[in-house]
Design a protein around this ligand. Structure first.
Ligand code: GSH
Length: 225
């Protein structure tokens, strides 16, 4: 039986699962769910993931959800092209970099995205959002430092650290391009000037085989603003 993945366009967590499958060169049946039609809350999906969220992976009878769990499952089940390192030390560092991202970065990305996409403020962002941007700029400096020293976030190979962090950074950059973010973006954009090593890393990820199949389809459509 084939691997099957249910995913949504623009979901950074779904993007992780897609990147992992493509990087590991695993054939899979792709089921894009339409958030607008609430397809992620269908009986079939709720049966697999009672939280009604994507991504959801199915491999024969085994169902896995939560993007990080999916990455671990795929790596244990299909170890040929590893995502969690080739040595215990690499595994430790990859896991640490992911943990740091989850502990110190992700909530700020979400805060900025929420403020720009859903509160649609044109200016006068709250202290909270400005603080989140300040913290993000400092965390991005750390990531920039890692990428100035090596091609990938950990070691000489693309890894789960890149898979986890890349979609979050892409979401942030896309959010900052919006008109409503004009007061927030100056520290970040253009990324090539402010964070040249991150910009070069984005290009390296984009050049990976199969990357185009992971790119959120609705991002190719013209934007409202
Ligand atoms: N912690 C989960 C988060 C999954 C998640 O929140 N997915 C969002 C899309 S980005 C979703 O399905 N949201 C639908 C909803 O909350 O109703 C993971 O890592 O997979």
């Amino acid at each position: 039986m084939a691997l099957e993945l249910w995913w949504g366009s623009g979901s950074p967590y779904s993007w992780r699962a897609l990147l992992a499958l493509e990087y590991k060169q695993l054939p899979y049946v792709s089921h894009q769910v339409q958030f607008a039609k609430q397809e992620h809350k269908s009986a079939q999906l709720l049966k697999m993931n009672p939280r009604g969220r994507v991504p959801v992976l199915k491999d024969d009878d085994y169902v896995c959800f939560e993007s990080l769990a999916i990455l671990h499952y795929l790596d244990r089940k299909y170890p040929e092209i590893p995502l969690f390192g080739r040595t215990p030390e690499e595994t430790g560092t990859i896991t640490r970099v992911i943990s740091e991202y989850q502990a110190y970065v992700e909530e700020h990305v979400k805060k900025v995205m929420y403020a720009i996409l859903f509160q649609a403020a044109e200016g006068g962002h709250s202290d909270d959002v400005n603080r989140a941007m300040h913290l993000l700029a400092s965390e991005a400096r750390t990531i920039e430092g890692r990428l100035a020293a090596s091609s990938w976030l950990v070691g000489e190979h693309f890894s789960a650290a890149d898979v986890v962090i890349f979609p979050g950074i892409q979401m942030l950059l896309r959010t900052l391009e919006r008109r409503e973010a004009h007061e927030l973006r100056s520290r970040f954009l253009p990324v090539e000037t402010n964070y040249p090593a991150i910009a070069a890393w984005i290009k390296r990820v984009e050049a990976l085989p199969g990357y185009e199949r992971t790119y959120p389809p609705h991002w190719r459509e013209p934007r409202e603003s």
